[in-house]
Design a protein around this ligand. Structure first.
Ligand SMILES: Nc1nc2c(c(CN[C@H]3C=C[C@H](O)[C@@H]3O)cn2[C@@H]2O[C@H](COP(=O)(O)O)[C@@H](O)[C@H]2O)c(=O)[nH]1
Length: 362
């Protein structure tokens, strides 16, 4: 098959995933797909546009192949840890700390006034402000990735965290008290169960991605991203930061050592505010008029409400299994979509905004 021909098998897979037609025995032990199935079947404000999904899948596949998207792409970002310069344990600690705090960077201020971290001569915003803040703190001798530090209430104070993520504008990083609470809890749990180090948590998963997601959800309330949907008795398990943590370890270690997972393709796409946005702007999903208006007007979408759950869950339905002959899985597809929407924004392209929910879950 030549590169410019759409990969019909991939299209079929993506269509199945987006339609939720894949049997649940593909669902990982995390049970995340079962919840996605329920929300999809009951969603009335967010829907899939199959024809656009089919066209998008072809375009995405071609671009990913052309850009040779692979786990190594992750380390090519200048701020991500360079494994040639730090120990494996330090890289795991960095990724764990990063995904413990990897949520809610959006701002309604202008590009010049929004929260930003100045580091290595550049202004970093969004997710990159988090990574830049962590790297800068380590350069300044603050042990921000050490769980002993997180537990030390004398040393690791809210003021110190404000210093770690100090902004070069008047806007502060959102939810700093909540981020401190995440560090405190994680420090306590790592002390009680994992001899203070995240590598012991990764080892405890015995090479299972779903197993590590489950350990994170079981032991850390700050990773337990589970919510009731419209009164349904059984909570919907989304577990976005637990899943992106596994994905980042897999990418950082390129599937080896602490990134070696025998079931990595059971990780779903990440239910945050970026993927629904790009899928909407690609025409793959569309909203009810009321929701469409609320998002375009940048209205607050309440956390845990039906709208928010539909937005988060609908995109997560797909598990793009390892497609024969390519290295594309849901993680790489997701990374690619995130980087693409950021490139579109940086290029000043007119795009419909993402939804506004202030949350520690994404
Ligand atoms: N779905 C998805 N969500 C992602 C990422 C990333 C960064 N991943 C890097 C690693 C490999 C890739 O190549 C990326 O370079 C952050 N986020 C989430 O977005 C939000 C931040 O958005 P903004 O404020 O605009 O930066 C926040 O919830 C954050 O958790 C991703 O990849 N996929």
């Amino acid at each position: 098959m030549s590169d410019d021909e759409p990969d019909l098998e991939l299209l079929a897979l993506l269509r199945q995933h987006l339609q939720g037609k894949l049997t649940l025995n593909d669902a990982p032990e995390t049970g995340v797909l079962e919840g996605a199935e329920y929300v999809y079947d009951n969603a009335i404000d967010v829907a899939l546009h199959m024809r656009s999904c089919k066209n998008a899948a072809a375009a995405i596949h071609a671009q990913m192949q052309q850009k040779q998207y692979s786990p190594a792409t992750w380390s090519s970002h200048e701020l991500h840890p360079d494994r040639a310069k730090i120990s494996d344990e330090a890289a795991v600690a960095f990724v764990f700390t990063m995904d413990l705090l990897n949520f809610s960077f959006w701002s309604d201020k202008s590009e010049t006034d929004r929260f930003a971290v100045e580091y290595r001569g550049k202004r970093w915003t969004g997710y990159w402000s988090l990574v830049a803040g962590l790297q800068r703190a380590l350069d300044e001798g603050i042990p921000i990735t050490d769980s002993h530090f997180w537990q030390d209430e004398e040393e690791c104070t809210l003021d110190v965290l404000k210093q770690v993520f100090r902004s070069c504008t008047n806007e502060e990083m959102p939810l700093l008290p909540e981020r401190l609470a995440c560090l405190r809890e994680a420090g306590q749990v790592l002390y009680e169960k994992y001899e203070c180090h995240p590598v012991n948590l990764v080892d405890a998963a015995n090479g299972s991605a779903a197993g590590l997601v489950n350990l994170l959800a079981r032991d850390f309330s700050c990773f337990r991203d589970e919510h009731v949907f419209e009164g349904r008795r059984k909570p919907i398990r989304i577990l976005k930061r637990a899943q992106i943590l596994v994905a980042d370890l897999w990418a950082c270690f390129e599937g080896e050592d602490y990134g070696a997972f025998n079931d990595i393709d059971k990780i779903t796409m990440f239910a945050d505010y970026r993927v629904p946005q790009i899928l909407y702007n690609m025409g793959c999903i569309y909203y009810s008029p009321a929701l469409d208006l609320a998002i375009r007007d940048k209205k607050d979408i309440p956390q845990g409400g039906s709208w928010e759950m539909q937005l988060r869950e609908l995109i997560r339905r797909e598990i793009l299994r390892q497609h024969p002959g390519t290295n594309i899985n849901a993680i790489l597809l997701d990374f690619f979509l995130y980087d693409t929407i950021k490139e579109m924004e940086d290029a000043g392209q007119k795009i419909v905004p993402h939804h506004r929910t202030r949350s520690i879950w994404y």
